[in-house]
Design a protein around this ligand. Sequence first.
Ligand code: NAD
Length: 341
Amino acid sequence: MMNSILMVHEAVGNDPSASYLPDGESEKMTMPSRMLGNTGLKVSVLGFGAAPLGGVYGPFNEKEATDTVHKAIDLGINLFDTSPYYGVRLGEEVLGRALSGGWRQKILLATKCGRIDKAEFNFRAPFIIQSMEDSLRRLQTDYFDIFQAHDIEFESNLDIVFTETYEALQKLKQQGKCRFIGMTGYPLGLLERAIETCQLDVCISYCHCTLLDQSMLSKLVPVAKRRGTGIMNASPLAMGLLTKSPPEWHPAPEEVKQAARKAVEYCASRGGDLSLLALQWVLQQEEVATTFVGMSRMSELENNLRALEAKPDPELLAGVKEILKPVQGKCWPSGHWKAEG
Ligand code: NAD
């Protein structure tokens, strides 16, 4: 028996009057949504992370991924995030095909620029401008709701990011190619500097608002609030660490991986599911407008929507917190950013 959020739903895309209720459904339940900074955008608390559509987390089935995208939209997820980096352009192409035929108009679409591959970056203005055109083509649209510089800590000369990249983003916004601009990255200190230096509409911070690390809430949220920047939280499952099958490439220190494994086993031994618990916890954080979860499978979407149905089990949560305590907030190096945090 499917639970209510799966059975009854209402789209919260750009057209608030649009309804995607299946035939015969009379009951209505809206996906919870929150305001994203000063953008005026009301975003679903659960956002669709499309990195798995680039094969970042292993092989996926495009037909199932497409069905998952459509079902997510029908069930009220109105914010989708991708990047040319995910599967080196594959992720955008797959999402573009999935959104063709009118689906794109029902959602807020976010993509990025500057990160091309694992070790390939270009934050210079001509590349950013060209990247916009390439992404528009791959995603089969003529504008993005959000366009961001991707993983800025990988540019060794931050002056480039805060002048050239920023000006290119502003120009694209003025031209109407995107509605809002932002920057993304892992080090919170750098995101804080970006928010203070540039007038950013939005930012993506990832892996810092999870059961393993909550530093985003104390370090970034207050600055973002003061500057009116909307924070989009990503990777609530710590890029797969809080699941049964974390990716081999995960950059976390071994002790963090071990603790996460222990927490997965602890939950399983009590008939629970760490991924569900991790999402239930993050959805309770009122300060977080939206959280991108990566998914390409229908079962993942359904499980993730289930997280909206109940608060985390307090006993299970306490047990997991105890296991993860020794590695709380432990970070890993990313890019050229050497300062604390
Ligand atoms: P995540 O923490 O969301 O974990 C994704 C992994 O968890 C995938 O393997 C997925 O198959 C699996 N998963 C999803 N739901 C599950 C469930 N219910 N049970 C078990 N496993 C489940 O990590 P992510 O995908 O890296 O992050 C989410 C999204 O955030 C990305 O897709 C991307 O759009 C965005 N993101 C952006 C940046 C950036 O801009 N720098 C960085 C990280 C993530």
